[in-house]
Design a protein around this ligand. Sequence first.
Ligand SMILES: [Fe+2]
Length: 458
Amino acid sequence: MDDLGLSLREDDLNMTASSRYSATTAQLIEALQEARARTLELVSDLSGEQLMGPRLRIVNPMRWEIGHAAWFQEFWILRHLGGLAPILAQGDGLYDSARVAHDSRWDLPLPSTAETFAYMNQVLDRVCDTSDRRARDPINDYDESYFFHLALFHEQMHAEAITYTRQTLCYPRPRIGLRQTGDRRPPAEAISGDAYIPGGRFILGDSSGPVFVFDNEQQPHEVEVAPFSISKTAVTNRELSNFVEDGGYQRREFWSDEGWRWRRNAAADHPMYWQRESNGRWLRRDFDEWVALEDRVAAIHVNWYEADAYCRWAGRRLPTEAEWEMAASCEPSSDGGSITNNKRRYPWGNNSPTPANANLDWRAMGCIEVDALPEGDSAFGCRQMIGNAWEWSSTAFDAYPGFMPGPYKEYSAPWFGDHKVLRGGCWATRSSLIRNAYRNYYTPDRRDVWAGFRTCSV
Ligand SMILES: [Fe+2]
């Protein structure tokens, strides 16, 4: 257990005879309570007006979103698994994201803020009362641990999304009751250049044993990867500003056809939260404040098109998701000419993330220098592959061979094809959620995500 009070690190916990997974129900309940405390902190300082906010394609009204997180927990743990009746008569019509169109969520007869909080408490209290619940899914062979993990990770993802929303809507930085590493740790010696990865056959997907794995990572399968070189760090603000100042946004030759269409329609001349002062220096908007752009901090809030154009300008390319996962999780053989069959759950090994090896859990409340946290290096010397900023890959999000949808059928399958895969998590991602094999996905036009990228030699 780490000092978050978050006990959900499966490889630190003992297996129980009744569970395919290794966290106990008590530990999962503790994790659900911890996640809920964070969700409430993310919204508790906001006015009723702010909790609804403007109707934008890339956000949800937060009053809807927090009720939806509770509804999801009720649906899977109390109703599906437990066979209990719904708490709210209209709950499905308000909160089922598969049924309630996104742009209608501002118009729903939502419970008041106080009623929403009361509903959230009621659901969690019942989830914590394990006395009258079935322990196995009556339809499929999923046990209660599966659904506790599902509800937990779902709420953690929404907490990260709410953090994005606060940036999008220019709200103040959230106040999270975790110990913050406000000093952001002393800068490590600057690193640069590429790590050479010898390539070879490896298993793409999660093959690390009895942990909860979303359906899109299941069916681990062997792939062949040609040797490649990948940057040890993510692209920095300084590097991205060199692209901007070299006319990168105006020069057609760096952009794909689709990317150029996006750029023109969006009238994008630089990263979206950047602003140039009269003296030529760049500022960036950090929640509701403007701060000087930090040279060595990872560049974020760039979409896939922007990352792709930067790569072309730099004579580089984005890694495929297989390359990214190999660089993060494989180890060189003793002769250095190939990889071993050992696959790490995290770049540094199989132990839980800590503040010394990854910037997660809102601890730094923002991105840090790309050189920081050398203890988190991969076996090949790539830094911060977990945490700090999500990293775009060149790969379209699609099913692994043999894909079977999980009980929550809308998690992956509806998004196959037109999304791009991101890897690694950002500073607002939870340490219990993220692993090397975890696949995130967004459409290539999204700039609100805390996403940057690293590059490969062509
Ligand atoms: Fe959701």
